[in-house]
Ligand binder design. Structure first.
Ligand code: OXD
Ligand code: MN
Length: 615
């Protein structure tokens, strides 16, 4: 490709060195510039000066609205196009050579077709615009577990968000050196038309092309696109795991630290759990956040699974976040935060449904319209309104969050939102059973959308929208990992949302009380507390859970941890259809697990298990 017609490259500060020395990177940037034809190219260095310059420009252009700097220093509001407020699974594609490699749960486009189709849209897309070149590192700088990506974008909003979400700029370039091993991400907002919106992943090329959207999950390419979809593929080929999991350190009053990774489907409270403050009874216990959304895990020299958080900030859901639900998040987002699609108060503060205090009489809603408490029927903040905040603002950020070796994981938790069947907590018998737990993970749809409650959407390992290759092969990869993990984490399933069959009420208080469940998990992982063997795993007996100071009786714990044979029969039978989707790619060991549990139910029913077996 010719390099004659390049616009002048403007580097952000006066530099003696050329902005990019890596020949692979400069070649690719030149090619993308030839395609997109920007007026100007800016190489981002991640400096404070650059942040100020871009922020000022964003404010001038109306991309960011400054908030009340006394109340929220360094904070800004962004309003997205109302047609562009969430991830779009139907427009997200995995572009592997064959459809089979993408598997039955992903949208697939052939790579040539995708490059051609999106190439036409990218052609000339940055005329009159600036092209920003954003090098970034996912994971601690210079960690063997980290990966470098470069995102090319026409959006200042993207640059300023990437700066919070990843280690961005010069440091990432230095880490890359002259290597060709980096993710190539191309993004253009275009005119934000849903008809010309595509998020395409090319795992075999370590490339992402995203066009027609400005929404975080579609355009902050380090997060879902690289850290999960491309990451999971890299993990399969390189022998590690990229997971949709929070990572937390649980510290006992004696200072003993146990690390736990947990997968919950989107919007099921991972951020709250990762920043949890234990209740009064657990004074002296502390939760330390390593990450709230993504874990990259590799087997260390000690044979343990070691995890890093590839991210550097939180891109969390604002509605429902309050000093009641998550005080640490509230402190985290009090400064240097970009808010997207929240409501604005008269004095330049932010507001959303579920925030503490009185509902203001008047607001400017997320679309920029006048809103009144009395007169407006619509929500003031978009339900998927977000905050982008630096991890370093988190008062309970783990001091090991930057450890290049990663933290050693002792327990893995899978959690869903289930009104029935799944006990408050249940421990798998072994690794294969744990993988089966993860592969069968499901969450119920809420009433709001369809009027139907209790429809279970299967979301294996909470990775359904994020697995960058055939999910059947992904299950096989999980099973194979056992060969290298000589000291495997114990695997658990939790369900904070089980309801009483008679009165429909939640059986468990949740929030800080979840510490009681977490303590059992930690003690099980360390082989020092009892449990009850059920046909489907270990559950705590009432005596095994520390219930002191909690206003529920032990019968309720029995109920919350009870295993009902009829419910499990339905559960295991419904898994058949989901597993069948994967055909030959489903590891036989998983379907055998399902069948074995199912077969046992019939024998147990003959002997009336459960009737006289109240643990
Ligand atoms: C997220 C998601 O934004 O899972 O983290 O959708
Ligand atoms: Mn997520």
């Amino acid at each position: 490709m010719s390099t004659q017609s390049h616009p002048i490259a403007v580097s952000s500060a006066a530099q003696e060195k050329p902005a990019i020395q890596n020949p692979h990177l400069s070649k690719w940037v030149a090619e993308m510039a030839d395609l997109c034809k920007p007026d100007k190219i800016v190489f981002c260095d991640g400096s404070e000066e650059e942040k100020k310059r871009l922020t000022d420009e964003a404010v001038e252009k109306g991309v960011l609205i400054p908030l009340n700097q006394q109340k929220l220093p360094g904070c800004y509001l962004h309003r997205s196009n109302p047609n562009d407020v969430a991830r779009v699974e139907q427009l997200t594609f995995i572009c592997t050579q064959t459809k089979e490699q993408a598997g039955p749960t992903n949208n697939w486009m052939a790579p040539n077709e995708a490059y051609a189709k999106l190439g036409k849209l990218f052609d000339g897309s940055m005329k009159g615009r600036t092209m920003y070149v954003v090098p970034y590192c996912m994971g601690p700088l210079n960690s063997p577990l980290s990966k470098v990506g470069v995102e090319i974008t026409d959006s200042i909003y993207v640059v300023l968000n990437m700066r919070i979400m990843a280690r961005m700029g010069r440091a990432a370039l230095d880490m890359l050196g002259n290597s060709n091993d980096f993710n190539r991400g191309l993004h253009c907002t275009l005119d934000c038309n849903p008809d010309r919106r595509f998020i395409c992943h090319f795992p075999q090329d370590n490339t992402i092309w995203s066009i027609g959207s400005g929404y975080g999950g579609n355009v902050l390419l380090g997060k879902k696109c690289l850290a999960l979809r491309i990451g999971s593929y890299l993990g399969k080929t390189e022998g590690w795991l990229a997971e949709h999991m929070l990572i937390m350190g649980v510290e006992s009053p004696e200072g003993e630290m146990t690390y736990v990774a947990a997968a919950f489907p989107s919007a099921c409270g991972k951020t709250n759990f990762a920043m949890m403050i234990p209740t009064e009874r657990f004074r002296g216990w502390k939760i330390w956040t390593v990450g709230d959304d993504i874990a990259w895990m590799r087997v260390g020299e000690d044979g343990r699974l070691r995890a890093i958080n590839p991210e550097f900030g939180y891109f969390g859901v604002a509605p429902g976040t309050s000093f009641k639900s998550n005080p640490n998040a509230m402190k985290t987002i009090a400064k240097d935060t970009i808010y997207t699609n929240v409501a604005l108060t008269k004095d330049g503060d932010v507001w959303w449904e579920g925030k503490d205090g009185e509902i203001p009489e008047e607001l400017t809603d997320w679309k920029g319209n006048h809103w009144t408490k009395k007169g407006s029927t619509e929500k003031a903040a978009h339900p998927n309104a977000r905050f982008t905040a630096p991890s370093k603002n988190n008062p309970v950020l783990s001091r090991f969050s930057e450890d290049p070796e990663g933290v050693p994981i002792s327990a893995i938790i899978f959690g869903g939102r289930r009104a029935t069947t799944i006990p408050l907590v249940i421990q798998a018998f072994n690794w294969t059973h744990g993988v089966f737990f993860g592969a069968s993970l499901g969450s119920e749809t809420t009433a709001a959308a369809t009027g139907q409650v209790g429809i279970v959407r299967r979301d294996p390992m909470a990775m359904l929208p994020f697995c960058g290759y055939n999910m059947g092969d992904y299950f096989a990869h999980w099973l194979e990992m056992q060969a290298e993990i000589t000291n495997a984490p114990k695997v658990f399933m939790v369900n904070w949302f089980r309801r009483n069959k008679e009165n429909g009420k939640f059986m468990w208080p949740g929030f800080g009380e979840n510490m009681r469940v977490l303590k059992w998990i930690v003690d099980r992982a360390r082989l020092r507390v009892g449990g009850q063997e059920t046909p489907f795993g270990w559950v705590p007996k009432a005596d095994d859970l520390d219930l002191s100071g909690l206003d529920i009786d032990s019968d309720l714990v029995d109920e919350a941890t009870a295993v009902d044979l009829d419910e499990w029969k339905a559960e295991l039978e419904s898994g058949k259809e989901f597993f069948a989707k994967f055909g030959e790619h489903l590891p036989e060991a998983l379907d055998l697990q399902r069948k074995m549990f199912l077969a046992r139910i019939d024998t147990l029913k003959k002997r009336k298990w459960g009737a006289h077996h109240h643990h």
